[in-house]
Design a protein around this ligand. Sequence first.
Ligand code: TXA
Ligand code: MG
Length: 344
Amino acid sequence: MGPADAGQDSTAIATAAAILEQGGLVAFPTETVYGLGADAENPAAVASIYQAKGRPLDHPVIVHLAPGADLDYWSDDIPGQARQLVAAFWPGPLTLILKRAARIPDAVSGGQDTVGLRCPSHPVAIALLRAFKGGKGGVAAPSANKFGNVSPTTAAHVRDEFDAECDSGFIGEVLDGGQSQVGIESTIVDLSRLATHGPVLLRPGHISAEQIGAVIGQLPAAPDAAAPRASGTLDAHYAPRTPVAMHSGDELACTLNRLLNAGHRVALIHYSDLPPASASVRLPETPDGYAHALYASLRTMDHVGAELILVEAPPSGPDWLGVNDRLRRAAFGSAGVLQRFLDE
Ligand code: TXA
Ligand code: MG
């Protein structure tokens, strides 16, 4: 059995479920990105996710549920809109923020009175969630990367992030389910403050605000100042080590030429016709195709010895919201670098 099938091996699934039940950590594929999972009802297990990731303790993690799981076990207050969205989009890349039930450890919710719930559609994730506690448990899982880094979309990315933790057995198993189809993290919609704020889109993703609005009859709003904190909404996140700069089509070829002529090593991520750079990757000019390949491309370009990753700014528009959101965060803090090179 090849590496892409290994996760579907029922022995590997059973082993992984047992590790979770014993309080250990398991990395597993989802259709969005790979997750680093622990038993959501075991505070010590959840704490070890934070330790592995180097993540601040006040950041909540998403609880992953098997298809058909009992929502009432996890939340005390489930609005009709939540059930409508579950019926429309689960299993799938949509996370709902709801008022949390008392049984959910503080560690999962980062001390907030809400919980993020999602039922992933990846067959390996579903098999794991069905095997774990007979399908009645919840697996708390952030993306399987060190805090602030690009999320992993393959099992190899997970091992790159957590080499030492895997070797030492701190992460008990990495299930391999091939390359994540969607490629960017789930859409997050907050339904915990409906009466006062209506639905709020905390993180854009493959499922759009318009699709959500069509199901619940109200378009989710952009986050307000009082919206629940979400680490994926920090300005600097999803970032490679190499500085990232975005530039739009017209000026891009010219900028690229100037940088290369000045002797800079530039890695280019683009989708239209452009001259070659020190290293290049061309992505599809569709939001889905682009999102699918984006994180793997950022990782690859982070390892070619470039001084700068130059990204051709994708089109704007609602379909590109998720991609543009991730790129803006990847580029946050690098803005001055491009200018400095151009000023030299
Ligand atoms: O696609 C995904 O959502 C992936 C896969 C593994 O399921 N998971 C993921 O987890 O992206 P993470 O922890 O990297 O990002 C989850 C986001 C964070 O920004 C976190 O703050 C937010 O969800 N979140 C989780 N629970 C929340 C809550 N109760 N209130 C507000 N935000 C919450
Ligand atoms: Mg993450």
